[in-house]
Design a binder for this molecule. Structure first.
Ligand SMILES: *Cc1c(COP(=O)(O)O)cnc(C)c1O
Length: 432
């Protein structure tokens, strides 16, 4: 019945996360509370990691896209599973390094990295920088040349695949702020330019075709297009790029309408395409990289709230207000994302109504969801929203000066605090 096997129901009819009673967690740590199950997260990370060994002879590396949930303990766990990490800012880079992630297993992204961030990344020794634009490439070359360093770079390519419209039109994605278009020759030009610059090693190509994708075909197609590009460059210049990064975007189950694919199927499907296309085009099999974010942490996470005011608008809807909302989970107000909710202290009961779960902020759009099937509910109940591990904490804000929520990690029936709840004093710390 549950979207994640970290979840269960105990003899008190309470929801459990990683073997911990959710109602007890809410009592012990307060609400709103992010709960993340370590076992579920490790299992997802290991599935990706092992799939590269199983289907691709171990010639690759999985990077956790840290923007999905970036804090020290999560990055320590990712590191201990042998994954690398994607970082897109100095802040994410700092967190990953501080968590003990070896710099060579870090990949630096971003469509507008600052000069200082580039210096920080290069001086830290990050394994790869994914170049987004020509001025950035020049800056990397200059920074490295000055220091007698050489930085491996990949190029972010727009392969012309729009995974969301299921429409693999080559012009589909020219209008994106990220990367270099293939069909305009932009991608070719930047690779040729890089080959002539000091201080950069041309490693290969990267693409990221979208997020929350439930199909294999866009990934197969992206692999084929990018190998084609590697082969074209080799034909033209004799230089063979050795690395291929296929980005993230693997979907998870938020509601029963989602039908995600087992994560190892992605690398299985892509491996076949790579072997086939490389042979056809006469290039060697690239070192392959993937960057799952959401699919490593989303299902491992649950948010617990305390139910407050309940407001019935006859013939319209019932609002069930909780003590969090857009501050801890802005995904509804950003893109009307759907979630599954349940009353944690009545977890095994059947839903008896559809409600709108409202947040506490001064925005009518501050909802957790509309038309959510829910058990009978009363003020003081603990409401659990499932699959909140990704893009919740990492997108949290202090709107209305709401202190950011705490996060606990569960594992085999034990819990530990991994991010402290912000205090009012934290809120004014930088005010002058
Ligand atoms: C966001 C992002 C990812 C992760 O995407 P998910 O949908 O969370 O798997 C990976 N790579 C890049 C470049 C991204 O921007």
């Amino acid at each position: 019945m549950f979207v994640s096997d970290a979840l269960s129901i105990n003899e008190k009819n309470h929801l459990t996360v990683g073997g911990c009673d959710a109602v007890e967690l809410a009592k012990k740590y307060g609400t709103p509370l992010y709960v993340l199950d370590e076992t579920a997260m490790r299992r997802a990370a290991a599935l990706y990691r092992d799939s590269i060994d199983k289907f691709y002879g171990g010639r690759g590396l999985v990077f956790y896209a840290s923007k999905a949930l970036c804090c020290l303990e999560v990055l320590r766990i990712v590191n201990s599973e042998g994954l690398g990490a994607d970082v897109v800012s100095g802040g994410e880079l700092y967190t990953a390094l501080k968590a003990g992630m070896p710099a060579e297993r870090l990949c630096m992204h971003g469509n507008n990295k600052t000069y200082d961030e580039l210096v920080y990344a290069i001086e830290s020794g990050v394994g790869r920088i994914v170049v987004d634009n020509a001025p950035e490439l020049e800056a990397i070359s200059a920074i490295c040349a000055e220091r007698g360093l050489c930085q491996k770079v990949l190029f972010r390519i727009k392969p012309g695949i729009d995974a969301h419209t299921h429409n693999f039109i080559m012009t589909g994605q020219i209008d994106s702020k990220f990367g270099f278009a293939l069909e305009t020759g932009e991608a070719r030009d930047i690779v040729l330019k890089a080959l002539s610059l000091p201080g950069v090693e041309v490693g290969g190509v990267h693409c990221h075709i979208g997020s929350q994708i439930h199909e294999l075909e866009p990934f197969r197609r992206a692999a084929e297009v990018l190998v084609g590009f590697i082969a074209d460059i080799k034909d033209e210049t004799g230089y063979e790029m050795k690395e291929l990064n296929l980005g993230g975007g693997y979907g998870v189950m938020y509601t029963e309408a989602d039908d995600p694919i087992e994560f190892d199927k992605y690398i299985e499907a892509v491996s076949l395409v790579l072997k086939d296309t490389c042979e056809k085009r006469g290039v060697s099999l690239p070192f392959v990289m993937m960057e799952p974010g959401r699919s490593i942490v989303a299902a491992a996470g649950v948010t617990l709230y305390t139910v407050g005011a309940i407001k019935d608008i006859p013939n319209v809807r019932r609002y069930v207000s909780v003590d969090g909302g857009m501050c801890d989970n802005p995904r509804y107000i950003l893109y009307q994302s759907e979630y599954t909710a349940l009353v944690a202290n009545r977890a095994g009961d059947k839903p008896v109504q559809k409600v709108t779960v409202a947040g506490r902020c001064c925005e009518s759009g501050d909802l957790v969801g509309e038309n959510m099937p829910l058990q009978s509910v009363a003020a003081g109940d603990t409401l659990a929203v499932l699959t909140t591990g990704a893009y919740n904490y990492s997108m949290a804000s202090n709107y209305n000066r709401v202190p950011r929520s705490a996060m606990v990690m569960t594992r085999n029936g034990e819990s530990r605090l991994i991010v402290r709840r912000e205090t009012y004093e934290d809120l004014v710390r930088n005010d002058i």
